[in-house]
Design a protein around this ligand. Structure first.
Ligand code: ADP
Ligand code: ZN
Length: 210
């Protein structure tokens, strides 16, 4: 299964990605997590990405595309992958289409999580993130997945949230119609509890691909 997850920041993409990757036994590739891991390790890539991330802006396409292109050469993508946070604009979607066309491994589906704006803001401002594995959580001191300490991401602070939502509307939302035109789009409501949303995503995906 080669799959993309789409949805505004805070729609729960990252949480659902972990469950879906496990269910379909495919690697979860989150560009945000890769940037945060590089930031933590102090690599040149991390240093380059930090100011964009802290302001809620997109990291330059040239940097992001190269990083994803490289990630998609790893052996673990032989049986598919789940991309979370990429593509984030039409230019990235076109680069991805070209990479996959060259490898003759086209996408099976693009899953969009939809959620009302007020709910998005409420979720983002109460969200915490694991320092070790970057898993998001709400209302806990330790990461539910690995026990690591949690912190509030710089870009989950109120001032930056507004900008991220703007960037999503302006740059990322247009790829929803891009994939609808390709016949790949599946939309699932992101309201409700985590397990129910995972279940509806799995049932929608089982109808289109394996
Ligand atoms: P969320 O989905 O919660 O907004 P992510 O963890 O996916 O957050 O991304 C955090 C930040 O990392 C983004 O705001 C952006 O600065 C950077 N980033 C992640 N993916 C991309 C991408 N595909 N293109 C450009 N920047 C990206
Ligand atoms: Zn963790």
């Amino acid at each position: 299964m080669r799959l993309i997850l789409l949805g505004a920041p805070g729609a729960g993409k990252g949480t659902q990605a972990v469950h879906l990757a496990k269910y379909f036994k495919i690697p979860h590739i989150s560009t945000g997590d890769i940037f945060r891991a590089n930031l933590k390790a102090g690599t040149p890539l991390g240093v380059q990405a930090q100011s964009f991330m802290d302001r809620g802006e997109l990291v330059a396409d040239s940097v992001t595309n190269e990083m994803v292109k490289d990630r998609l050469t790893h052996d673990d993508v032989a049986h598919g992958f789940l991309l979370d946070g990429f593509p984030r604009n039409v230019a990235q979607a076109e680069v991805l289409r070209a990479i996959l066309a060259e490898k003759k491994t086209p996408l099976h589906a693009v899953l969009e999580f939809s959620l009302a704006n007020e709910e998005i803001v409420a979720r983002l401002s109460s969200r915490r993130t694991c320092k070790d594995c970057f898993q998001p959580s709400v209302g806990v001191d330790k990461c539910p997945s690995c026990g690591g300490d949690v912190y509030q991401r710089e870009d989950d602070k109120a001032e930056v949230i507004a900008r991220r939502l703007e960037v999503y509307q302006e740059q990322t939302a247009p790829i929803i119609s891009f994939y609808r035109n390709e016949g790949l789009l599946i939309s699932v409501s992101a309201a409700g509890n985590v397990e129910d949303i995972t279940a509806s995503a799995i049932s929608a995906l089982s109808r289109v691909a394996q």
